[in-house]
Ligand binder design. Structure first.
Ligand code: NAD
Length: 272
């Protein structure tokens, strides 16, 4: 009989993660590989993505890098083909790639708005559609699977200076539920869930910090760091590994009865 704890492992499965060169995506491919999956590391940062895949191979797991701009339909077709032809299938897709630009509403250009939606929402649409098409019975892999969409705490609550970002992340949350219902009712054997991180220490936060320090802490960096700690009742911002653990769970058969839900990984931020 299969040991119950084995259901948390991904042996024999193939996982594709977008935006996996660094940050949360890199933590995801590393953990999924440790759990036994063969991983397709995808991003638009080719050098960094290659290095992430190399690090995983050095640890003894199977990893391949493929360039995938999530806004490009053609790239999605090529990535699915790569997963199936090179790694032998496709069972898990983590739609993680994202961009964030801090700007109060009146300083948000139409271009900013469209860019945020192109990557964070259209990218998730294209990725989920490609995944379901490949995993459904008769698809290129056809064995069912799990799609995990990375939304945000900002998909539940509004955040000042992030109206475009919040719009995309709220969209991901309900898009995920609708697709989960379709897949469940059609008996496709595909689960679709979203993950909602609080503030996580990655390059995205580093890049946004100067604007956030001005906007939220009157230019005082020490006060901003304190605000970040206080925002999370657990007393600290999150780490990429905190999010990867939730992704692994949803990707695995241990979550076999879980679809259309939101897994909040925010140190209590949205519980307040
Ligand atoms: P990050 O900036 O470190 O990583 C994002 C990755 O996405 C980068 O490697 C980047 O190259 C890639 N990317 C950007 N545009 C792309 C495109 N068009 N195609 C493919 N890849 C693209 O940020 P992160 O914090 O690791 O963010 C990962 C996800 O987590 C994002 O969806 C983000 O919105 C979400 N998130 C982050 C936080 C946070 O505080 N860091 C909080 C909640 C949710």
């Amino acid at each position: 009989m299969r040991n119950a704890i084995d259901r948390f492992r991904l042996d024999g499965k193939v996982a594709l993660v977008t935006g996996a060169a660094r940050g949360i995506g890199a933590a995801c491919v590393e953990l999924l590989a440790q759990a036994g999956a063969k991983v397709l590391v995808t991003d638009v940062l080719d050098d960094l993505g290659q290095k992430t895949a190399e690090r995983i191979r050095e640890s003894g797991a199977e990893a391949v890098y493929q360039r995938l701009d999530v806004t490009r339909e053609d790239d999605w077709g090529a990535a699915v083909t790569k997963a199936v032809d090179t790694l032998g299938g496709l069972h898990v897709v983590v739609n993680n790639a994202g961009v964030e630009k801090v700007a109060p509403l009146l300083e948000t250009t139409l271009e900013d708005w469209r860019r945020a939606h192109a990557v964070n929402l259209e990218g998730v649409f294209l990725g989920t559609r490609a995944a379901v098409d490949a995993m459904r019975p008769g698809g290129a892999c056809g064995q069912g699977g799990s799609v995990v969409n990375i939304s945000s705490a900002a998909g539940f609550v509004g955040m000042p200076g992030l109206s475009a970002y919040c719009s995309t992340k709220g969209g991901v949350r309900l898009f995920t539920k609708a697709v989960a219902l379709e897949c469940g009712r059609a008996g496709l054997g595909i689960r679709v869930n979203s993950v909602h991180p609080g503030v996580i220490q990655t390059q995205m936060l580093e890049d946004a910090a100067p604007s956030l320090i001005q906007l939220l802490a009157g230019g005082d960096e020490g006060r901003f760091q304190q605000l970040l700690d206080d925002l999370h009742p657990i007393g600290r911002p999150g780490r990429p590994e905190d999010v990867a653990a939730a992704v692994l769970f949803l990707a695995s058969d241990a979550a076999g009865f879980i679809t259309g839900t939101e897994l909040v990984v925010d140190g209590g931020l949205t519980a307040q």
